[in-house]
Design a protein around this ligand. Structure first.
Ligand code: SAH
Length: 204
């Protein structure tokens, strides 16, 4: 998977490649999908949600431009796969999931792996995590029609935020850098994510 779907498509950050080689993706999905664990597409988890396509996980992680010292906020823990990849690379990962079933499942598997630098929360992530802010990086793995204000406020100066923005059916991956208190935004093209449902996201 890493060679044909990740490296062949231009992912070159060694930290990202090593983390993806290390983490067994099948541990984060349901047994009935085991044979598809390394395929080039998203897979259903539960609650109508999905674990992202491996390439998208790699691309978003690379775009976070991590050196290893950063405090990262992830919105949309889902299966916990992206969370584990981030925890391999950086100092601390704070990850928020709104569905309690997914939160509990992810917590169980990430505890089994023994990560000490992952902090999970069962909350509406569009409000961010004010008490742990500011964050060096914020990655949102669900799609909204706007960037939630609290996330902008909780992003450190010179920090970077990644979020898919669009409607229910198609979105564009935005990379926003906070420079002199303002966001400078680049568009990395079309992606498809499940909706970011919450106070500062979209409605159900
Ligand atoms: N990175 C995950 C992607 C999961 S899909 C993975 O690879 O497994 C996106 C997740 O975002 C879903 O689990 C969904 O329940 C969650 N989500 C949607 N809106 C949210 C919100 N406001 N706060 C926290 N999580 C949210």
């Amino acid at each position: 998977m890493v060679e044909t779907q990740i490296v062949a498509r231009g992912i070159s950050d060694k930290k990202v490649i090593d983390a993806m080689l290390k983490i067994p993706r099948e541990k984060f999905i349901e047994k009935k999908f085991y044979s598809q664990a390394y395929n080039d597409h998203p897979l259903p988890i539960s609650e109508g949600q999905t674990i992202s396509q491996p390439f998208i996980v790699a691309l978003m992680t690379e775009l976070l431009n991590l050196t290893g010292d950063e405090k990262v906020l992830e919105i949309g823990t889902g299966s916990g796969y992206q969370t584990a990849i981030l925890a391999e690379i950086t100092k601390e990962v704070y990850s928020v999931e709104r569905h309690s079933t997914l939160f509990n499942k992810a917590k169980k598997i990430l505890d089994e792996f023994g990560y000490k630098n992952i902090f999970l929360f069962n909350l509406d992530g569009t409000e961010g995590l004010k008490e742990y802010s500011p964050f060096d990086r914020i990655i949102v793995t669900a799609a909204s029609d706007k960037i939630p204000k609290p996330l902008v406020e909780q992003l450190k100066e010179s920090g970077r935020l990644l979020i898919p923005i669009g409607d229910r059916f198609s979105q564009e991956l935005l990379v926003a850098d906070k420079i002199n208190g303002k966001l400078e935004i680049k568009n990395y093209g079309g992606v498809t994510f499940v909706p970011l449902i919450g106070k500062y996201g979209v409605t159900e």
